[in-house]
Design a binder for this molecule. Structure first.
Ligand SMILES: NC(=O)c1ccc[n+]([C@@H]2O[C@H](COP(=O)([O-])OP(=O)(O)OC[C@H]3O[C@@H](n4cnc5c(N)ncnc54)[C@H](OP(=O)(O)O)[C@@H]3O)[C@@H](O)[C@H]2O)c1
Length: 290
């Protein structure tokens, strides 16, 4: 049995789906019972626990062979860091109370840096908080999610444009959350002791232009990549629902990507994500039609 946090989100749903496909038992950890309804229908057990609730989390983590730990981005709340620090404290305490089951923890490339990377700084803190965890702990440092580009499908289909805050010419590793979930499951199923860092690369590096070309091919229309100037990012990000703090943090993260500061630390092992933008957009557009 594996406990999975965030089953209504991107990576948690991929982890739970992959485990169930492999015939493994899943305990979906949700703060709202309805968030686990799909997985309950597929045979998962449901544990209701808020990430700040140590007692409920300890019950959710008890008797399992491993836990997939993710912390939500929370870019829409006014104090994302304070809220995440409470989650980190509760997750660590709950896991110890539950007898220190193996943890696979979603982190990010750049989590070796303690500042200047926006929301990734809290993933650095998460890794630090679990450094001396008494059980097995694997930090999966994911690259930029290809799924982030889902937001470009609307402007691409309606206006023929593909907006990007990642600057012209910048090429970085990007992976789908389906691939990240699949690799998290590999880590959950491997016998491992102690602490390890796994940095995830993609089989090739992508620019915004590369991703737009894949989407354009699928749509059958040319797309113009547009790069809004730095001066309007804050308005774009708050307009998309981020809080003032969330927008500042996200701009800092994109700055660090554009300046090539978010990258591989070389501290751990490296694995490779294979799924490309075309496969992901195909899946997303199929889901819209059906
Ligand atoms: N985007 C990127 O390019 C990128 C790259 C590397 C790493 N990351 C990291 O990946 C993580 C996000 O992963 P994701 O995309 O899989 O997340 P996501 O899709 O945003 O899902 C967040 C999940 O957390 C749950 N949740 C939120 N607040 C909760 C609470 N108080 N108690 C219990 N559950 C709660 C949500 O449940 P509800 O349905 O109830 O809201 C949802 O299932 C972040 O830490 C981010 O920094 C992102």
């Amino acid at each position: 049995m594996y406990a999975v946090i965030g089953v209504s989100g991107n990576t948690g749903s991929a982890v739970a789906r992959t485990l169930l496909d492999l015939g493994k038992r899943v305990r979906a950890v949700v703060r709202r019972p309805e968030a686990g309804a799909d997985f309950r229908r597929q045979g998962a057990e449901i544990a209701v626990a808020d990430l700040a609730d140590t007692t409920a989390l300890a019950a959710a983590f008890s008797g399992v062979d491993g836990v997939y730990v993710m912390t939500p981005p929370l870019l829409e709340v006014s104090d994302p860091d304070g809220t995440k620090r409470a989650f980190i404290k509760a997750i660590r305490a709950a896991a110890e109370q539950a007898g220190a089951p193996p943890l696979v923890v979603l982190s990010s490339l750049g989590a070796h840096l303690s500042s200047g990377t926006g929301p990734v700084v809290l993933l650095h803190e998460l890794e630090q908080a679990l450094r001396d965890y008494p059980g097995s702990v694997s930090f999966l440092r994911a690259p930029y999610f290809l799924d982030n580009w889902a937001e470009a499908i609307g402007p691409a289909t309606e206006e023929g444009v593909f907006p990007s805050l990642i600057t012209l010419g910048v090429r970085i590793d990007m992976a789908t959350t389906a691939d990240i979930g699949r690799i998290a499951v590999q880590l959950l199923l491997e016998a491992h002791r102690g602490r390890r860092i796994v940095e995830l690369q993609s089989s090739r590096r992508y620019s915004a232009q590369d991703v737009a070309l894949d989407l354009a091919r699928i749509l059958g229309n040319p797309l113009e990549v547009i790069y809004p100037p730095r001066s309007v990012w804050h308005d774009i990000l708050t307009g998309a629902g981020l809080s003032q703090t969330g927008a500042v943090q996200m701009a800092e993260l994109i700055d660090s990507i554009n300046a090539d500061r978010i990258g591989f630390s070389g501290e751990g092992e490296c694995r490779t994500a294979e799924e490309d933008p075309a496969a992901m957009f195909g899946r997303m557009l199929d889901a819209k039609v059906t």
